[in-house]
Design a protein. Structure first.
Length: 265
């Protein structure tokens, strides 16, 4: 969290200078944006906590079932309307993501996420609430404004938690420190682009459908995990058995099909 907090603070200060808030804006949308950012940060912390304990190709699919919450809340509170095909698409995407979370035990039994499931369920719900509140705030501020308010909240919370002597000592004594920090730096050149595109999409389209498209992330997690497991054994925890591979490919097809239905309808 400490390196992430520092990197995001730099991003936020730069964009705050380049894209100031609109003149005369009411405090209410800014407050909603800040609350949304705090909720999204909480969801991210829970997700990262579970990533340390579970297989990445299982955590991400469960977290990204949140479009079903977004769709229900958007219809109830924002007046958005969805057709039967669009509801079907959301259900297919969510079902595919859940199937991707299945793995096998060493004895061949099917295993679902255990105690981590409730935490991931909470993370998923928080992401849904964050998208809904972001959609409201983006009616008054730009996606650039939304992004740097988000990174200010994220970096503030991360630094508040991690800015301690013990954390500095752990970083100094970290094995393969340079390699680990290089991976973090690489990740944080990609993640801000994804966040900016998310806020741009939320500003431009229905929040329920945008969230569903974003939930296609498990497709890429499965693909990258499979590739990395072949060329860099041990880089990621992965179960490449034929049965599990077939099941995950089927789930991937479900997610792609659901997204296709959204576009075609």
């Amino acid at each position: 969290m400490l390196p992430l907090g520092i990197i995001h603070l730099i991003y936020g200060l730069l964009l705050f200078y380049l894209f100031p808030l609109p003149e005369g804006i009411s405090p209410w949308p800014v407050l909603v944006a800040v609350v949304s950012s705090i909720i999204r940060t909480a969801a991210s912390i829970i997700m990262v906590y579970c990533l340390k304990r579970e297989e990445v190709s299982r955590v991400i699919p469960v977290v990204f079932t949140y479009p079903i919450f977004v769709a229900i809340i958007a219809v109830l509170l924002l007046g958005e309307t969805l057709g039967y095909l669009q509801w079907l698409a959301i259900i297919i995407v969510v079902a595919g993501a859940i199937i991707l979370s299945i793995r096998q035990s060493p004895f061949g039994a099917t295993v679902w996420l255990g105690r981590s499931f409730l935490l991931l369920f909470g993370s998923s719900l928080f992401f849904a609430l964050a998208d809904i509140t972001s959609k409201y705030a983006l009616a008054y501020i730009s996606f650039w404004n939304m992004f740097y308010l988000h990174v200010f909240c994220l970096s503030g919370i991360f630094l508040l938690i991690s800015l301690r002597p013990q954390v500095f000592r752990q970083l100094i004594s970290l094995e393969r420190r340079n390699w680990t920090l290089a991976l973090i730096a690489f990740n944080e050149t990609l993640a801000p682009v994804a966040s900016i595109l998310l806020f741009l999409a939320l500003q431009s389209g229905p929040v329920s459908l945008v969230s569903t498209i974003v939930s296609s992330r498990p497709i890429f997690v499965v693909i990258f995990a499979l590739i990395l497991s072949r060329f860099l054994p041990g880089f990621l925890v992965w179960q490449p058995g034929k049965g599990m591979l077939a099941l995950r490919l089927m789930a991937t097809v479900m997610i792609v099909s659901g997204i296709a239905i959204i576009y075609l309808s």
